[in-house]
Design a binder for this molecule. Structure first.
Ligand SMILES: CC(=O)N[C@H]1[C@@H](O[C@@H]2[C@H](O)[C@H](O)[C@@H](O)[C@H](O)[C@H]2O)O[C@H](CO)[C@@H](O)[C@@H]1O
Ligand SMILES: [Zn+2]
Length: 300
């Protein structure tokens, strides 16, 4: 039975600190922000996850489920919805919603594929119509902080680019009800460099085709990073949530290798640039914040 996503809540019943995350597909929430989500849930903040598609066009790394693929029974979206709910349970997130309701916006597939033209492809969504769905959630929950992707969608996937556009447009349309601080997921170049060194001799090295980190479609100079969230206490929850996304993250994925080679430290640290709002107090050479709510006046 597919559990209901969280029904509408009134912000009067919510904790003082409220974080909104806008992601493109089921599994993005854990890969880029899973430790952050678990961290803030454990700190008593309210975490609202909005995912824009069901990931219908994804690969299937579980052979016995291959018939669910878009080109077969086209049931992968429904299956990934359940994976996504299980992942949210592993992270402790109870307020999780699909933008416009399950099936409203379809996974567009990788950039340039014919699936980009599907009538319900998120890539072709009307921006203000899609943003209006998110404005309604913002007005209901009143998050002080929002996380999404940069204008390239972190790595250029059309649904990630569109999730960025919809999130930023919704924050603009929400006006005074919108988040005070907006962050974009980021990966510091220094961390990527360390990853390249660590994986140099590893089997399944994800960096094997890469000469230097600057050749990758993502990566941010350390000086442009604004926050590092330490969710290492929750690395096991992040790993459990990744395992929930078995169709997308196979057991031999390099992501688990990172957990092994780098330990919980790498998996539990997540980084962000700040694109709206004032930066709060920080530490280290670049004064990175360790709290996304830093500098905000939170009315308890
Ligand atoms: C992390 C993420 O955004 N995954 C997307 C992405 O998946 C890629 C896609 O299947 C590609 O064909 C593979 O070569 C690549 O390894 C995958 O990461 O795109 C999918 C289709 O839009 C999407 O369902 C998946 O969530
Ligand atoms: Zn994605």
């Amino acid at each position: 039975m597919v559990a209901r996503t969280v029904s509408a809540v009134t912000n009067e019943s919510l904790p003082a600190r409220r974080l909104l995350l806008v992601h493109a597909h089921p599994d993005d929430e854990v890969i880029g922000t899973g430790a952050t989500m678990a961290h803030y849930v454990s700190e008593g903040a309210h975490v609202t996850l909005v995912t824009c598609t069901l990931g219908e066009e994804g690969e299937i790394h579980v052979p016995e489920l291959s018939q669910l693929a878009a080109a077969e029974a086209d049931q992968l979206g429904g299956y990934r919805l359940v994976e996504w709910q299980r992942a949210c349970t592993a992270l402790g997130v109870t307020d999780h919603r699909i933008l416009g309701g399950p099936g409203r916006y379809r996974d567009s597939g990788m950039m340039g594929l014919p699936t980009n033209q599907h009538p319900r492809a998120f890539w072709g969504a009307d921006l203000d119509e899609a943003a209006a769905h998110l404005v309604a959630i913002i007005r209901e929950v009143r998050p002080q902080v929002m996380i999404t992707y940069d204008a390239n969608g972190f790595y250029g996937h059309p649904d990630h680019i569109q999730a960025h556009r919809v999130a930023m447009r919704a924050a603009e349309l929400a006006g005074a009800d919108g988040p005070e601080k907006i962050y974009w997921s980021a990966m510091p170049l220094s961390v990527m460099q360390d990853g390249m060194e660590a994986f140099r001799e590893s089997e399944g090295n994800p960096f094997s085709e890469v000469e230097k980190v600057e050749d990758l479609p993502f990566g941010t100079p350390d000086a442009e990073i604004a926050a590092r969230i330490d969710g290492t206490d929750h690395s096991a929850k992040k790993t459990a949530a990744m395992r929930a996304h078995a169709t997308q993250i196979p057991d031999n994925s390099w992501l688990y290798g990172i957990a092994g080679d780098f330990g919980g430290e790498f998996m539990g640290l997540e980084y962000y640039t700040l694109v709206q709002g004032e930066r709060g107090p920080g530490s280290g050479p670049f004064q990175w914040e360790d709290d996304l709510f830093a500098g905000l006046e939170i009315k308890e």
